[in-house]
Design a protein around this ligand. Structure first.
Ligand SMILES: Nc1ncnc2c1ncn2[C@@H]1O[C@H](COP(=O)(O)OP(=O)(O)OP(=O)(O)O)[C@@H](O)[C@H]1O
Ligand SMILES: [Mg+2]
Length: 259
């Protein structure tokens, strides 16, 4: 653990102030055969925060997300969402409780329209009639108001990324996990996604994001957690993390300009 780390293993408050957090993962371990992909990860997210989870390729970020969202069961450790244990529950149960995720690989249903996909997502919680209304609302919110009847295969990459966030949003989440939702976008296009995340946070949605685009993740996040080889190696304000010699050594390679 690094000097700027504020969450000790087993501690429940990310701010050190005792607030347990909307999401608390404690001592998560995931073993794939001989590989310990996640090796005792403890992290907490406070309501209304935007937390960035960063680290080298293969560090275990997506595996952590899989365990937080019910797609994988941890070999050890616990996950609490709004105070309730969710490790061991399935993804649909976790999603209905208000924790939604996007996937690292954009998953589109090429022949369905934008509104059909959003309606499908909203139907996790709603009757079909209500789901259609939610789908329209979300479609506008993500900037696709005029594209609701386009097939997903007709969308540009930035619109596909917005739709990924929309699918999570349509399930009515309090917390959204975004896994590299901005990968492949040009700088101007990432700004659109950043603006959307900020607007949603202002409406009360909490975010945990994985992203490799350093200036974006450092600018959008209130707090950063760094993992390497399955362990949390640093945690703190973006500026402190970006200038941390150990983080620079194992991941960043050079200091990040946060101008
Ligand atoms: N289902 C699986 N079976 C076996 N090994 C796996 C599985 N999923 C992930 N791994 C391995 O676990 C390690 C962590 O992978 P993970 O996908 O969590 O990394 P990551 O931090 O998301 O990386 P990236 O930044 O490249 O997306 C890697 O060595 C990966 O090859
Ligand atoms: Mg990943």
């Amino acid at each position: 653990m690094n000097a700027i780390t504020t969450t000790a293993p087993g501690a429940l408050g990310a701010d050190g102030g005792g607030s347990p957090g909307i999401l608390v993962a404690d001592g998560l371990v995931k073993q794939f055969g001989g590989l310990r992909a996640v090796d005792g990860v403890t992290l907490a997210v406070q309501p209304g925060e935007i937390v960035g989870l960063i680290g080298p390729n293969g560090a275990g970020k997506t595996t952590v997300f899989q365990m937080l969202s019910g797609f994988l069961s941890p070999n050890a450790g616990t996950v609490r969402f709004r105070g309730a244990r969710i490790d061991g529950r399935n993804p649909a149960q976790v999603c209905r409780m208000g924790l939604a995720r996007t996937f690292q690989i954009v998953e589109v249903f090429p022949s369905l329209t934008v509104l059909e996909v959003l309606t499908m997502a909203a139907s996790v919680r709603h009757t079909m009639k209500a789901a259609r209304a939610v789908a329209h609302e979300v479609c506008t919110k993500i900037g696709l108001a005029t594209k609701g009847s386009l097939r997903c295969s007709q969308l540009t990459l930035p619109d596909q990324k917005a739709l990924e966030i929309g699918k999570a949003l349509a399930t009515g989440p309090q917390l959204v996990l975004l896994d590299e939702v901005m990968a492949g976008l040009r700088p101007a296009e990432t700004q659109r996604v950043v603006a959307l995340i900020r607007a949603l946070r202002d409406e009360g949605v909490t975010f945990l994001l994985v992203e490799h685009i350093m200036d974006v993740i450092m600018n959008v996040s209130d707090r950063i957690v760094v993992i390497a080889a399955g362990k949390v190696i640093a945690e703190g304000l973006p500026k402190a993390v970006a200038n941390d010699p150990h983080v620079i050594d194992v991941y960043l390679g050079r200091e990040v300009d946060l101008a």
